[in-house]
Design a protein around this ligand. Structure first.
Ligand code: GUN
Length: 293
């Protein structure tokens, strides 16, 4: 079997058209959706994510306030900026790019964001609401993964899902979302992590594998069930002299071999990545909609 490639770029672009239309309708009503993006420090990967977020806002008619702060910004300064955006009626979403420099307490910063503007879905209030199945801002990467699966016609109800990785940004929330009693849940979920014994035995049973482990070739063809849907969340740089930058991006899955056995697979880049930003735009428009209603 050769897998159907799940084209994240195409699905994201279709969703961005829907978002653009909704943003224009809200702007017409006097509520242009607005997003504040805050980056502390000069981490190159974070800088490139933040640039992509700002460009995506512009393309969808969302107002964006871009805030680049130096690496020696104090926690107090950052908290004061967040407080300003909490009170700013032009801003419906606040995103603080993670990771933060070591001298800033991430938990304290996430708690400072008004839960009604927490378009990342990282505030404990939104995390708690998600777990108990109440309406909440859903974290962007897991929400994007669910959109990829649903829009590609992959059956979630009753599916055996194995999530590899237990991060707060991907592993834990996607596992929670997939066990919800809902049209985009009703799956049976196993979460594997660095202390799991015989990870391959779990993956072999899976109808859907979500790889968010943080290392190339974590999932190989021998581990995968014939016809399974494979979602690769990994972004790893591997040295490559043939590339101008001296590296290329690969996921956590051995794409070339696994695609010959899987039913569906996401590429890296061009799979999950474009969906994360799309869901951020989606949440920002949703937040503005709540203000307009
Ligand atoms: N760093 C890596 N992924 C994310 C994300 O989805 N949101 C934020 N704020 N920071 C991140």
């Amino acid at each position: 079997m050769t897998a159907q490639i799940i084209d994240g770029k195409q699905i994201a672009s279709q969703m961005r058209e829907e978002i653009k239309t909704k943003a224009a309708e809200l702007t017409e009503k006097g509520v242009q959706p607005g997003l504040a993006v805050i980056l502390v420090g000069e981490d190159p990967a974070s800088q490139s994510y933040v640039r992509a977020k700002e460009k995506a806002c512009e393309n969808c008619g969302i107002y964006s306030s871009d805030n680049r702060l130096s690496a020696d910004t104090t926690e107090e300064e950052l908290l004061a900026l967040i407080d300003n955006f909490n009170k700013d009626p032009k801003i419906h979403g606040i995103l603080v790019q993670l990771p933060l420099p070591k001298h800033i307490d991430e938990g304290k910063v996430l708690l400072a964001i008004d839960p009604n503007k927490d378009v990342d879905g990282f505030h404990p209030v939104n995390v708690g609401k998600m777990v108990v199945g109440e309406k909440a801002f859903l974290p962007c990467t897991p929400h994007g993964i669910i959109q990829l699966l649903v829009r590609s016609g992959v059956q979630l109800e009753g599916a055996e899902v194995v999530v590899v990785g237990r991060s707060n940004i991907v592993g834990k929330p996607i596992a929670n979302m997939l066990i919800q009693k809902s049209d985009t849940g009703n799956a049976t979920v196993t979460v594997c992590h660095t202390r799991t014994k015989n990870m391959a035995d779990h993956i072999k049973r899976a109808d859907i594998v979500i790889a968010a482990a943080g290392g190339p070739n974590t999932v190989t063809a021998d581990m995968v069930k014939e016809g399974a849907a494979i979602i690769d969340v990994g972004v790893n740089r591997v040295p490559d002299d043939t590339k101008k930058k001296g590296y290329r991006l690969v996921g956590d899955v051995d794409f070339e071999c696994v695609k010959e056995k899987a039913g569906f697979i996401t590429p890296v880049p061009g799979g999950v990545g474009p969906m994360t930003i799309t869901m951020l735009l989606y949440n920002t428009v949703e937040s503005a909609q709540r203000v307009a209603d």
